[in-house]
Write a protein that binds this ligand. Structure first.
Ligand SMILES: Nc1nc2c(ncn2[C@@H]2O[C@H](COP(=O)(O)OP(=O)(O)O)[C@@H](O)[C@H]2O)c(=O)[nH]1
Ligand SMILES: Nc1ncnc2c1ncn2[C@@H]1O[C@H](COP(=O)(O)OP(=O)(O)O)[C@@H](O)[C@H]1O
Length: 215
């Protein structure tokens, strides 16, 4: 049962393209009932198998820009020549219902969320590939982008990676199960920190008083 007074956490996940964010996110979302995915809006065309409203809300530039001007985005940025942004409404709703929200955003989005009015609730995790060769291999293996798109993403990987130090946690996604366990552990620990409620603190004070009386 979710405590009605509790605020959700904003969990920011960033990495160079191909390091494994989507794979880790999908698994976390399917196994953890307390976290929702922030479905971004984007002007990038859908990949084969992607559905509007599931991976992304696919928008044209005019509609995307309208949302920004209307203040409907928590953050937005241009990445690889396309616009991406996190709609604010669903994040507010989830947080006030005590649910955590997972963001798959680039470093610019991570910075904007941390600096937003909700930034106090944010924890940020950066996923690194085990090597640059493996990153390129994964992008090719995914086989969902044209060769020029892959080349551009590799070119941008260096810039994305240069922001690792801004994040609370750095995880290396070499073995998927190991990295996933680390991601879960971060979430479990951060929830315990968030739930350090006054009533629990009071119980701890009470018990330590009882121990003193006995000694
Ligand atoms: N700032 C920002 N970045 C986003 C958002 N949604 C996705 N991105 C980032 O845009 C980049 C490209 O995403 P995508 O086209 O799905 O490619 P992929 O990460 O290689 O699967 C990644 O770095 C994502 O983290 C968003 O709402 N805001
Ligand atoms: N630990 C891993 N070992 C091997 N392949 C992986 C691992 N994690 C992800 N992959 C594969 O690498 C490719 C890119 O992963 P993806 O999750 O799409 O990355 P991102 O969302 O960061 O762009 C996918 O084909 C995925 O199955």
């Amino acid at each position: 049962m979710i405590d009605p007074c509790r605020r959700g956490l904003l969990v920011i996940l960033s990495s160079p393209s191909g390091a494994g964010k989507s794979t880790l996110s999908r698994r976390l979302l399917s196994e953890d009932g307390e976290i929702s995915f922030s479905i971004s809006a984007t002007t990038r065309p859908p990949r084969p198998g992607e559905e509007d409203g599931r991976e992304y809300y696919f928008k044209d530039r005019a509609e995307f820009e309208r949302m920004v001007v209307a203040g409907e985005m928590l953050e937005h940025a241009e990445v690889f020549g396309n616009l991406y942004g996190s709609p604010l409404g669903p994040v507010r709703d989830a947080m006030s219902a005590g649910r955590d929200v997972l963001f798959d955003v680039d470093w610019q989005g991570g910075q904007q969320i941390r600096n937003s009015e909700m930034g106090r609730e944010a924890i940020s995790i950066f996923i690194l590939p085990p090597s640059i060769e493996e990153l390129e291999h994964r992008l090719r293996k995914r086989a969902q982008d044209a060769p020029d798109v892959i080349a551009r993403r590799m070119g941008e990987a260096r810039r994305e990676m240069s922001h690792w130090a801004e994040y609370d946690y750095i995880l290396i996604n070499d073995d998927l199960d190991t990295c996933y366990d680390q991601l879960r552990s971060v979430l479990v620990a951060e929830r315990l920190r968030r739930d350090r409620r006054p009533d629990i603190a009071q119980q701890a004070r009470l018990m330590s008083g009882q121990i003193k009386e006995r000694t």
